[in-house]
Design a protein around this ligand. Structure first.
Ligand code: B12
Ligand code: SF4
Length: 607
C-alpha cells in the first residue's frame, strides 16, 4: 500500500501561537523520508465542527489513506470523533501524544485508532509507515500499540531521541503556522527531571537539552519565514532553566534580536543576576508554577520549592520589571480549608502586583495524584473520566460540600478579577470603560511618545500581552498597568460573605433593574440571592436575548406592570432615577428601591 498521509491539527490543538510542535516535527520527518504528506491546520476562529467538515472533504479529495493525530488526555472526546470520521472513510488512523503515553493500553483499547504510539514518536512513526507500505511485521516496532484479535498489543518502549540537535527544523511549507505566528514558539529541551505529583511525565524519558547554536539557528530559520510579522517569542520548554550558565548565554545571544519574549522558570532557580539578565535580554513575562503558598502542600506535591522562594522570585521579577505570571492550583490531597484560604489570601493581597491564575487541580492521567484518585475509588471509571474531559474531583481533605463551595468561590474569583499585573512597561489610562459584552474601551497615553491612543473592544485576555497593542503613532509595544475594576473586585469579595448571610435570612421577592458585571458576579456567587429573584429587567434586554440568569430571561422594563416584589435592586447608581420613574409609571412601589453597589450595605445589612 502506498501511504498518503494526513497530519490533522484541529482547533483544540492550536492556540495563540502555540501549536503541536512535536507532532509537526514527525510530519516534517516523514516528508523528508519521501512519503506523501499533507497537513490540514485549523483556521483561526474555526470551531471543531467546521474543521471536521473540511477534514472529511480533504480526506476524500486527496485520497488520504492514513490519518495521524495528536492530543493530550483532556481532548479525548474530540479526538475519538475525528478518528471515527477518518475510519468511516476507510483510513488507517494513528494517534500519539500525551493522551497515549499516559495510558497506553486503556487508550488503545477504547479510542478506536488502528495504531497508537507512546513515548517519543519520530522513529516509531517512520517505521510504522514503512511497515504499512511494505507489509512488514509491526511486532518489531518499538513504541507501538495495536489490537490483535481484540487484544491490546504493546510493543517495547522506544528509546528517546539521544541528540535533539540532529532533528530537523519544521517544514514551514507543510506546516504553515503563519496565521497563528505573531508569537514564535521555540523548545530548547525535552522532558523534566522533577516529579510533581499533579503532572504527568514519563519516568522513562530523560531530560535533554538542545545546543544553543541549534536553537538560534532555528530561530533564524523561523524569522526568515515569519519575521515580517513576528512580534514575540515564547520559550515553551517545561524546564528551560536548569543550568545558569546556559540561561545567561541565551540572554546574551537573544539580546540583539530585540524580540520581547516569555519563558517558564522555577522559583528556586531564579536569582537577581538571572532576572536582570532576562530583563535586559527582552523578557517581559516570566511564568512560574507556584502551585500553593503553603510549605506542607508544596512538599506534598513534591514540588521541591518553598513559599519563601515563591515570594522572593515574584518580588525580584517585579523589582526588575518583568511581569511574573503563575498559577495556584488547589485541591492537593493535603489541602484543607485553611491551606486553601492561605493561598487565596496571598492572591488577594498581591492581586495588583502579580499576575496569578487560580485553578482547581486537574487530575491528569498518569500523574501520581490521578493514580491516588483511582486507588481511592474517587475515579471509578477511567474511560468515563476521559469522556467527560477530566472533570474536577475532590481528592483533598475538604468535605464534598466544602469542595463544591470552593469550586464556586474560585470561579467567582476568576470571573471577578479585572486587574493587570504591574510592570514598568506601563501606560497611564486616561479613560476606561467596560462595554456590555465585557470588552473594554480605553484611551491612554503612549509611555514612549506620549501620543494619545484609542483602543476599542479590547478583551481582558488580549490586553495582557504586548502583541498587537503597539502605539498607533510610534509603534512601540507596552503593557497596561492596573485598571480601576480591581477596587470593585475587592469590595465585591469582602461583601460577598455578608450578602450571603443577609439573603439567607431574607424572605422577600426581589426585582432586579438593570444588568451589569456586578449583578452577574452576585448571581454567580450568592445562590440564596438567585433563588429570590422574580424578574430581571434591562432596557438593553435584546442584547441578552440568548442568556438566562437564575433561570430567567431578561425582559424589557415595559413588562413591569402587575409585578409583585418586596425589594428592587438597581444594578448601577446611575439607573436609580430611571428605575424609580419607570416603576412609578406602572404604579409600583418605590420605597424599597436601592442601588446594589453602595446603598445596600446601609439600607439592608444594617437594618
Ligand atoms: C504547544 C503546546 C500546546 C498547544 C498544542 C498542544 C499539543 N498537542 O502539542 C496547545 C496550545 C493547543 C496546548 C494546549 C493544552 N496544553 Co499544552 N503544551 C504545549 C507544549 C508547550 C509543547 C508541545 C510540544 O510540542 N512538545 C514537544 C514535543 C517533542 O513533545 P510532544 O508534544 O509530547 O510530542 C512527542 C510525543 O508525544 C509524540 N507524539 C505527539 N503527538 C504525536 C502524534 C503521532 C501520530 C505520533 C506518532 C507521535 C506523537 O511524538 C512527539 C515527538 O517526540 C507542551 C510543553 C512541552 N514542552 O512539551 C505543553 C503541554 C503538552 N500542554 C499541556 C497541557 C496541560 C495543555 C492543556 C490541557 C492546557 C489546558 N489546561 O487547557 C491544553 C489541552 C491541549 C489539547 N488540545 O489536548 C501539558 C500536558 C500535561 C499532561 N500531563 O498531559 C504540557 C506537557 C505542559 C505542561 N508541562 O504542563 N498545548
Ligand atoms: S510541573 Fe513542571 S517541574 Fe513539575 S514535573 Fe511537571 S514539568 Fe516538571
Amino acid at each position: 500500500m502506498k501511504a498518503i498521509i494526513l497530519f490533522a491539527i484541529p482547533p483544540h490543538n492550536i492556540n495563540h501561537g502555540a501549536y503541536p510542535y512535536g507532532f509537526a516535527l514527525i510530519g516534517t520527518m516523514a516528508k523528508q523520508a519521501g512519503h506523501e504528506i499533507y497537513s490540514l491546520i485549523a483556521k483561526p476562529n474555526e470551531n471543531n465542527s467546521e474543521f471536521c467538515l473540511r477534514y472529511i472533504d480533504f480526506i476524500s479529495e486527496k485520497n488520504i489513506n492514513v490519518v495521524a493525530l495528536s492530543s493530550t488526555s483532556i481532548r479525548y472526546p474530540e479526538v475519538k470523533y475525528l478518528i471515527e470520521q477518518a475510519k468511516n472513510k476507510n483510513c488507517i488512523t494513528v494517534l500519539g501524544g500525551f493522551i497515549v503515553s499516559a495510558q497506553p493500553e486503556l487508550i488503545m483499547a477504547n479510542i478506536g485508532a488502528d495504531f497508537c504510539v507512546y513515548g517519543e514518536g519520530e522513529y516509531t512513526f517512520l517505521e510504522l509507515i514503512d511497515a504499512l507500505e511494505n507489509d512488514r511485521d509491526r511486532r518489531a516496532i518499538d513504541g507501538l500499540l495495536y489490537l490483535e484479535n481484540g487484544i491490546v498489543i504493546k510493543n517495547r518502549p522506544r528509546s528517546p531521541v539521544q541528540d535533539l540537535d540532529k532533528l530537523p527544523f519544521l517544514d514551514l511549507e507543510l506546516f504553515d503556522f503563519s496565521e497563528f505566528s505573531q508569537i514564535l514558539m521555540l523548545i530548547g529541551s525535552r522532558s523534566c527531571p522533577y516529579g510533581c505529583t499533579f503532572c504527568y511525565r514519563s519516568p522513562d524519558i530523560p531530560y535533554r537539552q538542545r545546543n544553543l547554536d541549534s536553537l538560534f539557528l532555528e530561530l533564524d530559520y523561523f524569522l526568515q519565514h515569519y519575521g515580517h510579522f513576528v512580534k514575540e517569542l515564547q520559550i515553551q520548554d517545561d524546564l528551560f532553566m536548569l543550568n545558569k550558565a546556559r540561561v545567561l548565554e541565551f540572554c546574551e545571544r537573544i539580546k540583539p534580536y530585540n524580540l520581547p519574549f516569555s519563558i517558564q522558570g522555577r522559583v528556586d532557580f531564579v536569582d537577581e543576576e538571572v532576572i536582570k539578565a532576562l530583563k535586559e535580554a527582552g523578557c517581559y513575562l516570566l511564568e512560574f508554577g507556584l502551585e500553593s503558598i503553603n510549605d506542607n502542600i508544596l512538599e506534598s506535591m513534591n514540588k521541591k520549592i518553598t513559599s519563601q522562594q515563591i515570594r522572593l522570585a515574584l518580588e525580584l521579577s517585579v523589582k526588575h520589571g518583568i511581569m511574573p505570571f503563575g498559577v495556584f492550583i488547589f485541591g492537593d490531597k493535603e489541602d484543607d480549608a485553611q491551606t486553601i484560604q492561605n493561598s487565596l489570601q496571598f492572591y488577594l493581597e498581591n492581586i495588583s502586583k502579580y499576575w496569578i491564575h487560580l485553578s482547581p487541580i486537574i487530575l491528569f492521567p498518569g500523574s501520581d495524584i490521578y493514580n491516588f484518585a483511582v486507588s481511592k475509588g474517587i475515579i471509578l471509571d477511567e474511560v468515563d473520566f476521559l469522556e467527560k474531559r477530566l472533570p474536577y474531583k475532590n481528592v483533598s481533605k475538604l468535605t464534598e460540600e466544602q469542595y463544591q463551595l470552593f469550586l464556586r468561590k474560585i470561579d467567582f474569583y476568576k470571573k471577578a478579577k479585572r486587574t493587570i499585573a504591574h510592570t514598568p512597561i506601563v501606560t497611564q489610562y486616561n479613560s476606561f470603560s467596560i462595554n456590555r459584552d465585557g470588552s473594554m474601551s480605553i484611551v491612554a497615553y503612549c509611555p514612549m511618545c506620549d501620543h494619545k491612543i484609542y483602543f476599542s473592544e479590547v478583551m481582558l485576555e488580549t490586553l495582557l500581552k504586548p502583541t498587537g497593542r503597539d502605539c498607533q503613532n510610534c509603534g512601540n509595544m507596552f503593557i497596561w498597568t492596573e485598571l480601576p475594576m480591581i477596587k470593585t473586585f475587592q469590595e465585591l469579595n469582602d461583601d460577598c460573605e455578608k450578602y450571603n448571610e443577609f439573603f439567607s435570612g431574607y424572605k422577600g421577592r426581589i426585582l432586579v433593574y438593570g444588568m451589569n458585571d456586578t449583578i452577574k458576579f452576585f448571581f454567580h456567587a450568592i445562590h440564596v440571592f438567585r433563588q429570590k429573584v422574580v424578574k430581571i429587567v434591562d432596557k438593553y434586554h435584546e442584547y441578552y436575548k440568548n442568556d438566562l440568569f437564575c433561570g430567567l430571561k431578561i425582559e424589557s422594563p415595559t413588562s413591569l406592570h402587575n409585578i409583585l416584589y418586596d425589594l428592587c435592586i438597581v444594578s448601577d447608581v446611575g439607573l436609580l432615577n430611571e428605575a424609580k420613574t419607570t416603576l412609578t409609571k406602572y404604579g409600583l412601589p418605590i420605597d424599597n428601591v436601592i442601588n446594589w453597589d453602595s446603598a445596600i450595605k446601609q439600607n439592608i445589612l444594617n437594618n
